[in-house]
Design a protein around this ligand. Structure first.
Ligand code: B3K
Ligand code: ZN
Length: 873
């Protein structure tokens, strides 16, 4: 397969002014009659994209073309000659939704017809210029059996419907907004719906409908509420109003990712819609709210302004993630949201950026675009928007965004368009900043400070380096905004006065590191401060500030910036854990540190606490995080052992406080998913997980009791997770009871699978293998694959990296099996091998062997081929 390159972009040779689709649904042979009003725009032949289609007829301006006038292969339909002026191209094709296991294009989820067109799925529905810069007005007429398929949905507004002979019926939809084909959607089946209304800021009434499989109507309330909050927030925060008369969401069970922002007809993985207290966890509720918002926000950032080409993906994804993060920050706890976003960035994006699959936020080449819906494009992309927001502040950022919408509404835009609008509207020079979009890798910032007591100055030096990444040996310096505070011995922030400034000002300042090195001198600093750097994580960098342990302890207690308090705690714990890991490897003794336990004790006994934040700060860094910090010759057993040891010693040190917090944090009254109650549950359950490893058997008993008595899924799952990691009859009994109770609920069964796949107990791999044969599992459903196999491969570091390579071999087998069904999901799973260079020679060899086996398999998809070969390179 050949790579596609950004530098080869050329505008389309034809425009499509109108699309008329007539789709007659049938599982084995869906017939699509398409009429495209076309117009020549540039040179070149008319070459339409099409895959897995049976071509039945081609006509131009009504005249049927003989086989000598066109050619077809597996990817294109080329018409040799077309009229000079406007013309109509008609094709009749057929496709087979029931055979579509790749879940891109038109497929069946249970018995529901459903489409996924982003990035290049529309070409599996009909021949088309399937690229985002070809925008058109769509009219879609859907025909199906009235009894079996009563609900027929597409984008826009319904304009006609009626009965047809032979028990069939039709509905016709018209979407007045020009859009690229990737935003097309069709959903049809025997669906139920719930309905609500939203009045927009200009007073228009919009009908809101959520469609679900029958019987699930009572599980949509939270999603509907979240949708209304998102609609209101976008009006207030960005001045963006919804533009059609109806907004629809459909929940389906077979879906390659989280959700899809099709114009007026979002399609969701039902995991992110369906929720009741006894089936969904707090984390599920939070994810539902965030994803509903994300897809809704795409209506402006993605749909009204779309991408010129797929290299510009971050234009809609990074920006929309930034918007949904801000939304959640407003709806819930802002500091906790920031902490969890940075956790996510470090867990997924940093390793990507430091490994063989590193690519810029705007990639310059790809083999399979679906492989580029990555943490880099999404999460780092969001960080880039956030940095601009940090540098200009909310008011100017809004001005920049207003200008972006004003200039590019209705267009397919580029990253340059976005940066120009922001730079003009928010009045900031982004010339150097733009490097963030084209250079891959995570910059490292080194900082050191010196206090001069005689002069009362504090001098801060910072420098930046960025290690080479694939294809990029050298990097130009980045424009890095670093928010800085200086904390006095009393724990208070000092007012900051930089050299050359008349008087002291704010206590947090954003410094701009734009060269390889920079120096800042603060004046009138009356005592030696502890620096609090990169407050709020103002840039996606790795900061090394050489802070002493006692400074970390000080910051974790006193920093006014919540993010940096959490950060200091994480660094402290990480330092301790790394020394323990090393001690295990060298047979030496580890540094002893009780500071973390003391902090936990203080936090848990403080008068006023924010439970959600405390839950974050007292949790230890994950095994994966530690592996990343170590970076080479990683010993997964030593990491696991050290982390368990520290966990147990903290638990022993603070058992009484943990127990009393566990009691105090109990939430009374009926379950409410709101952040306040969720925070209490989160803290209570972190306490439970520590107590489980405290001396004595109380922890296990508490977990067993909580498991029996829980009236909500959050508490039930937390208890079951603890039990699943303790060998014995209670474990089996709990897993069985859970299974018996929830076997009919496929989403809850996913949790049951994932808990077993992530257990640290020996024998987990065999259990996972057994579970692949269990009725609750199928390779055909991506949620099941992710719950069982991806969880094992990417969240069970201990067992995936089994010393003999059994974990690798199992996952590689599954990759190959899955690739035949669903290349996109198989390619994701292949990513589990990406950090092979971090491990010792034995494991490296075993991983490379599996990667080579994958890469060398005949008939491999483009998706898996690209990931496997790039990972090896
Ligand atoms: N835009 C979709 C992702 C499509 C992925 C295609 N492989 C969902 C989202 O980001 O909102
Ligand atoms: Zn998105």
């Amino acid at each position: 397969p050949r790579p596609i390159r950004l530098k080869d972009y050329t505008p389309p040779a034809f425009a499509i002014d109108e699309v008329n689709l007539d789709i007659e649904l049938d599982p084995k042979a869906t017939k699509v009659h398409s009429r495209l009003s076309m117009r020549r725009m540039g040179d070149g032949p008319l070459r339409l994209d099409g895959e897995k289609l049976k071509l039945l007829e081609v006509r131009i301006d009504g005249e049927k073309l003989g086989a000598n006038r066109y050619s077809v292969d597996g990817e294109h339909l080329t018409i040799f000659e077309v009229p000079e002026g406007d013309f109509t191209l008609e094709t009749v094709t057929s496709c087979a939704p029931v055979e579509n296991t790749a879940l891109t294009g038109l497929y069946l989820s249970s018995d529901i017809y459903c489409t996924q067109c982003e990035a290049e799925g529309f070409r599996r529905i009909t021949y088309y210029l399937d690229r985002p810069d070809v925008m058109s007005v769509f009219r879609t007429r859907i025909v199906a059996d009235e009894k079996k398929v009563p609900v027929l949905l597409s984008n826009g507004n319904p304009v006609a419907s009626g009965k047809l002979k032979g028990g069939k019926h039709f509905v016709e939809w018209h979407d007045p907004f020009r859009k690229p084909a990737y935003l097309f959607a069709l959903v049809a089946g025997d669906l139920a719906h719930v309905e609500d209304k939203f009045t927009t800021m200009s007073g228009r009434e919009v009908t809101l409908r959520i469609f679900v499989e029958k019987g699930n109507e009572d599980r949509c309330d939270y999603a509907m509420g979240a949708l209304k909050r998102a609609m209101k927030w976008d009006e207030e925060a960005f001045g963006r109003e919804y533009d059609l008369d109806i907004f629809m969401i459909v929940a389906v069970s077979a879906f390659n990712m989280g959700a899809m922002e099709n114009k007026g007809l979002n399609v969701f993985n039902d995991k992110y819609i369906l929720a009741l207290p006894d089936t969904a966890t707090d984390a599920d509720y939070a994810a539902i709210e965030a994803i509903i918002a994300h897809e809704y926000f795409h209506n402006w950032t993605g749909n009204r302004i779309t991408c010129r080409d797929w290299f510009q993906l971050c234009l809609k994804e990074g920006l929309t993630v930034f918007r949904d993060q801000e939304f959640t920050g407003d709806m819930r706890s802002r500091p906790v949201k920031r902490i969890s976003d940075v956790r996510l960035l470090r867990a997924h994006q940093f390793p990507e950026d430091g490994g063989p699959l590193a690519h810029p936020v705007r990639p310059d080449s790809y083999i399979e675009i679906n492989n580029f819906y990555t943490a880099t494009v999404y999460e780092k992309g969001a960080e880039l928007c956030r940095m601009i927001h940090t540098m200009v502040g909310p008011k100017r950022f809004r001005k920049g965004m207003d200008l972006y919408f004003e200039r590019h509404d209705g267009e397919a835009a580029t990253v340059e368009n976005f940066l120009d609008a922001l730079s003009d509207g928010a009045k900031i020079d982004l010339t150097q900043f733009k490097r963030w979009y084209s250079q891959s890798g995570t910059p490292e910032v080194l900082a050191s400070g010196r206090y001069d007591a005689a002069r009362k100055t504090y001098t801060l030096k910072m420098s930046q380096v960025c290690a080479p990444t694939p294809g990029q040996p050298m990097k130009e310096p980045y424009h890095i905004p670093v928010a800085v505070g200086l904390v006095g011995a009393n724990g208070r922030d000092m007012k900051l006065q930089l050299d050359g400034e008349e008087k002291p000002g704010a206590t947090t300042r954003v410094l701009h590191l734009t060269e390889r090195e920079g120096t800042w001198r603060f004046r009138n600093v009356t005592e030696k401060p502890v620096p609090s750097l990169l407050r709020g994580f103002t840039a996606p960098v790795k900061l090394n500030a050489h802070l002493k342990e006692r400074d970390l302890v000080f910051l974790m207690r006193h920093d006014s910036d919540s993010f940096n308090r959490w950060e200091a705690a994480q660094r402290y714990a990480t330092g301790l854990l790394l020394s323990m890991v090393e001690a295990r490897a060298s047979g030496g003794t580890a540094r002893k540190g009780t500071g973390f336990g003391e902090m936990i004790r203080d936090l848990l006994t403080a008068k006023k606490i924010d439970p959600d934040f405390v839950a974050q700060i007292i949790a230890l860094p994950s095994e994966q995080t530690l592996a990343q910090m170590i970076g080479r010759d990683v010993d997964v057993d030593a990491i696991h052992g050290a982390r368990e040891e520290l966990r147990a010693s903290i638990a022993a040190q603070t058992k009484d406080e943990l127990l009393s917090a566990y009691e105090r944090m109990k939430v009374d009254g009926p379950y409410r998913p709101e952040a306040e109650d969720a925070g209490r549950r989160a803290l209570r359950n972190v306490c439970l997980s520590y107590l489980a490893v405290a001396p004595g058997k109380d922890g296990a008993a508490l977990a067993a009791a909580q498991f029996r008595e829980a009236d909500n899924m959050t508490d039930s799952i937390a208890a079951l997770t603890v039990l699943a990691n303790i060998e014995g009859p209670e474990r089996i009994a709990a897993l069985d009871a859970f299974y018996k109770r929830w076997q009919k609920n496929h989403l809850v069964m996913d949790k049951w699978l994932a808990i077993q796949a992530t257990s640290a107990l020996p024998g987990t791999l065999d259990e996972v293998k057994r579970l692949t044969q269990h009725p609750a599992f199928t390779m055909k459903n991506p949620n099941k694959v992710r719950a069982l196999i991806t969880s094992f491969a990417s969240m069970n570091q201990l067992h995936f990296h089994d010393a003999k390579g059994a974990g690798y071999a199992f996952v590689a087998d599954k990759v190959l099996e899955l690739d035949k069904l669903n290349p996109q999901v198989a390619a994701r799973l292949t990513g589990a091998f990406r950090s092979w260079r971090q491990f010792g020679p034995k494991r490296r060899k075993l991983m490379v062997k599996e990667l080579k086996r994958i890469a060398g398999t005949e008939g491999l998809s483009r998706d898996v081929y690209e990931i496997a070969t790039k990972t090896l390179a």
